[in-house]
Design a protein around this ligand. Sequence first.
Ligand code: ADP
Ligand code: MG
Length: 445
Amino acid sequence: MDINKIWDDTLSLIEAEVTNVAYNTWFLAMTPVSLTDKNIMLEANDDFVKRTIDAKYLNLIQNALLQVTHQKLNIITYVKGKKPEIEPAEEKSLASEVNDRGTRDRNGLTKKYRFENFVVGGSNKLAYSAAVAVSEMPGDAYNPLFLYGGVGLGKTHLMNAIGNEALENTKDLKIAYLSCETFMNQLIESIGKNKTAEFRSKYRELDFLLIDDIQFISEKTQTQEEFFHTFNELLLNNKQIVISSDRPPSEIKHLADRLVSRFQAGLVVDLKLPDFETRTAILQSKAKSLNYDVPNDVIQYIAQNIKSNIRELEGVLNRVIFYSKIYPGSITIEMAENAIEDIIKMNKPKITVEYIQEIVAAFYEVTTDDLKSKTKTKKLATARQAAMYLCRKMLDINYKEIGKKFGNKDHSTVISACNKIERLLNEDEDTKNTLLNLEKKINDQ
Ligand code: ADP
Ligand code: MG
């Protein structure tokens, strides 16, 4: 197939997924250059475009390309005029490196996350001190160290900083950083290939293990079992373990008690929402590292308006800097306003049937499987009808598709559910309030 045609088709898929601004500024600034059965090479108009695409959109591009070409292609990006010379044999490894933003080591660590560029404030001081202690005295300070906190508050950054620092102190340290999902996938793969012994020894021989986002282990009994043994083996030998999670051990659902108590046995420390001063300091440090002079009032405006997530804070700053490139002149509050709007829109996850089912199920205290079942207790029937009605109302999806997503029910079942709710909305104040409430919850995700 013709590369230009492929890229055009890919772009039209992407256009539906991102904001107009993002589409025009990032994707239209990329030109396809070459295509093999493994790689596609894309030329970026400038360094900023390349960096943004690399940092945020490689997965999106790869998925869109997958739909168009039915092939998982590596994406190689470069800045106009700096086309890399690649030997065919090297091509593949280089591409996967680029996909990993070129910064991840073999041990999984991302080099750019360091203690030196981690801004310390009241919200993360304890976590930071514990992290430093662990990196200086692996196995001796706190073991395991369990870090928890909401999305974008610095867990991954801190874990990588620990690993990078520990490695600097002891060059031949056997260390691995990985997400819980990767751990699980490797385990599954090893089972499939009859190589569990190798999997085990690989992790049990480490000096230092960092596992990110352990909450994914919830309900995965076999992974829990395997992790439990790895964990014990390492602790027994005084090897350091660091774990992160979006919640404390006791709140991870369906986590075996023995793991909960293991996790709590060392130090459990949380990363809180940063206060205004810390947010400001993070923005200042980030602007400085990018070599941009961002006026204080703009920094403060951003810090005042983005409170819940440092990743978003960075996103807004990047965007402001970008605006200042397309609309030269000094960086203004108005730019910050636009940037905030864009980022909030972009980060808002799409509402899906599954999401509606989750919210409705939680509200009625049933499970999403219950909603898809055939059971017809009064509570369940009401919950199911409400969920179907909300899908029809809030999503662009027909009765038949809704039925499918509710355990393959007939479209006539969905129609009568919707009719029933509509009737109740007129007759019954309680139903009306409940549904308004649910709709609001779904929109506020
Ligand atoms: P989490 O893993 O908790 O979701 P991350 O560690 O990925 O969050 O952090 C999100 C982004 O915010 C990263 O780019 C990280 O470098 C940055 N960040 C988080 N906390 C700080 C901090 N205290 N100082 C500087 N940057 C930070
Ligand atoms: Mg993380």
